[in-house]
Design a protein. Structure first.
Length: 300
């Protein structure tokens, strides 16, 4: 089966899921980071409800350590589409004493997003949070259903999930519960990039090869431009041609050497890659079950 045919089938499935969300839930929201997966979700939502506007807001949980290119793109896209953008900041939770800032060479705000996310879902009474997680990213995410129920504390029990037979999605929840929805759960990284290429979707420039001041730690390439990533005095800064395969919190997201400056070249690079995009996320390497623990606590 050709890649284009696969992508067309996945698009149809995702559009069906979006329509089921709006049919079954009262207050859905799309979790938007400005990354390629959430940008893909936005395009799919546009198609699902065209010619009407996207019928739910976008929510970004901002760590304060996001790449500037991503934030600029986030704001511009929301304005162009005329979609409500809600931003809630991890810094507010730190200031309120709800979470504690990490320190040291592996410090990150990535895991601190959970409290801010759960607070935002409660603040706006959202009952369905649509996210761009995919089963190929990480083994904990492979356990998720497309409609994944969270309890009234926002927690996930991977051993207590509903069966999903064929395309029947059960959105019935009890008072206080909410659902995480993953319309591109069955997609791979290559599927996402192939879709971006087919649809000619604009994405942040940080995904393409560019010269950047960087340093190497633990065999990974880190940005040295933004004053966010901790760097030891003996860690030498050099200019390299790199790109980012994922654009999470700067403090835990490494770059890769690349000369792929177009989407076509990125697709070719991903097709040949033997390493998952999560291989550039240091927060996933803290333990074997790092992602699963965060998801149990209410993470994306």
């Amino acid at each position: 089966m050709s890649q284009r045919l696969v992508v067309n089938q996945l698009e149809s499935e995702a559009i069906h899921i979006f329509r089921e969300v709006v049919a079954q839930f009262e207050r859905p929201v799309l979790l938007f980071s400005g990354g390629k997966d959430s940008i893909t979700l936005v395009r799919l939502a546009q198609k699902a409800f065209w010619p009407a506007k996207i019928p739910f807001p976008l929510l970004h949980v901002d760590t304060g350590h996001n790449f500037p290119e991503t934030i600029e793109f986030r704001d511009r896209l929301a304005k162009e589409l005329g979609v409500e953008l809600i931003v809630r900041n991890v810094q507010d939770a730190i200031d309120a004493g709800k979470v504690k800032e990490e320190s040291g060479r592996y410090a990150s705000r990535n895991s601190l997003q959970t409290v801010t996310l759960l607070d935002a879902l409660e603040e706006f009474k959202f009952d369905a949070a649509i996210g761009g997680a995919r089963r190929d990213e990480e083994k904990a995410r492979a356990k998720e259903r497309i409609f994944s129920v969270r309890d009234d504390f926002g927690q996930w029990d991977e051993k207590n999930q509903r069966p999903e037979l064929f395309d029947m999605l059960n959105g019935k929840i009890d008072l206080g519960q909410n659902v995480r929805v993953f319309p591109i759960s069955n997609w791979t990284e290559l599927d996402v990039w192939s879709y971006i290429e087919k649809e000619k979707i604009e994405i942040p420039s940080i995904y393409f090869a560019h010269k950047r001041k960087t340093f190497v730690r633990d065999g990974m390439i880190w940005s040295a431009e933004d004053g966010i990533v901790y760097r030891d005095e003996d860690e030498v800064v050099e200019e390299r041609t790199v790109r980012f395969r994922t654009v999470g919190d700067m403090s835990c997201t490494a770059a890769v050497l690349s000369d792929a400056e177009t989407i076509t070249k990125v697709v070719d690079e991903i097709r040949k890659s033997t390493i998952s995009e999560r291989g550039a996320r240091i927060d996933d390497k803290r333990s074997e079950a790092a992602m699963e623990v965060r998801k149990q606590q209410g993470y994306f």
